[in-house]
Write a protein that binds this ligand. Structure first.
Ligand code: NAD
Length: 329
């Protein structure tokens, strides 16, 4: 991180993150770090994620080092399903950045808003690089906290003319409908089979543990960004759909263990070698979509380097714009 501080600790609050990071800066930070990972300039360390046996929480660390961007650190946090009832978001996280030359703690950055925008940026990057240019209908599966960020970022990638959406609890779809109305795009709550029949691009962003989208429901040429599955056992789509698609991911090691591809790999339907890092597409090493009929899937597992990349930008901008606090350690 190239933060111009006085060598002390930079603290960037959630409010400061919101003030300095927009969708455009999130998109470019995430696109650049995916490219750096594919070039071998940046790598993620193994993820630690534990059910702590308290408050139903999943807690852990995502960490890594980007040699090119000089970002070293970790995101600590997890998922507390009971938080919504307390007026808090279910995801709670904080990003720690260290000086790669000395190991000294350089920044503490609120990770809740950044997690949402970096996750939305990942699916947006996948749509930008893999969806058909003439995609008209966007399908949303899931209507929780992340879904609104996902929808806003996706709408900027193609000229969508309609949004179709499904959630297990239909009452929650109002959040997505409000964004559609704001954007002047027709919105329809549909069943999943109809969503598959209509959508050119689909984002899945749920906490499901069973397939919500079956292979036979999906049109040729669809791009699907599977964003909810980030833990062993979670699942959003039919493994047969993964086998029928060309699969891209942020990080192959995560895709086959904690990502959506874990089930197709475990069942022997696809192998690790069948999955391409999206960074290869960004770097021009892989052509990406090869025809208008191909189904493409982005298995967005969420990597620590995304968090470090966006937190570095947030810390740098917050210092520059006077939004950060700085203390001596
Ligand atoms: P949330 O709790 O606010 O919403 C959860 C959503 O999943 C809701 O729409 C809910 O109706 C739906 N859902 C839950 N269980 C389901 C089931 N069994 N079947 C169908 N739908 C079900 O959570 P959120 O903050 O919106 O996050 C959604 C998911 O995204 C979480 O599982 C989270 O772990 C994951 N996530 C992934 C990344 C990444 O980088 N890939 C980043 C952040 C969050």
């Amino acid at each position: 991180m190239s933060v111009e501080n006085k060598g002390g600790l930079v603290i960037v609050s959630e409010a400061a993150c919101k003030a300095v990071i927009d969708r455009e800066s999130a998109f470019s930070a995430v696109e650049s770090v995916f490219a750096a990972m594919a070039r071998g300039d940046a790598y993620n360390f193994p993820v630690i994620r534990e059910a702590i046996g308290y408050a139903d929480a999943l807690y852990g660390f995502k960490s890594g080092f980007d040699r090119a961007g000089k970002a070293l650190g970790l995101k600590s946090g997890g998922y507390w399903p009971g938080n919504e009832a307390k007026g808090l978001t279910n995801h709670q996280s904080t990003i720690f950045l260290f000086d790669p030359d000395t190991g000294k703690l350089r920044a503490l950055v609120g990770g809740n808003y950044l997690t949402a925008v970096r996750t939305a940026a990942a699916s947006a990057v996948s749509i930008a690089h893999l969806a058909r240019k003439d995609s008209k209908v966007l399908g949303m599966i899931g209507a929780g906290h992340q879904s609104t960020f996902q929808l806003r970022a996706a709408l900027e990638q193609r000229n969508f003319e309609k949004i179709v959406a499904w959630n297990e609890n239909k009452d929650r779809l109002g959040n997505l409908q409000a964004i559609a109305e704001e954007a002047g795009i027709p919105f329809e709550s549909v069943e999943r089979e109809q969503l598959g029949a209509e959508a050119d691009v689909i984002i899945t962003i749920t906490s499901a543990f069973e397939p919500l989208l079956m292979k036979e429901w999906i049109k040729p040429g669809t791009h699907i960004a599977c964003m909810g599955t980030d833990t062993k056992g979670k699942q959003e789509v039919d493994p047969a759909l993964i086998a029928a698609a060309t699969v891209f991911t942020d990080e192959i090691a995560q895709s086959i263990t904690i990502g959506e591809a874990q089930h197709a790999v475990a069942q022997g339907l696809i192998a690790e070698d069948d999955i391409t890092p999206i960074g290869d597409v960004i770097n021009g090493k892989h052509a990406g979509r090869s025809s208008d009929d191909e189904i493409t899937i982005f298995d967005g597992t969420g990597v620590g380097l995304q968090d470090l990349a966006i937190a570095s930008v947030a810390a740098e901008l917050a210092v520059k714009k006077g939004e950060a606090q700085q203390i001596e350690l």
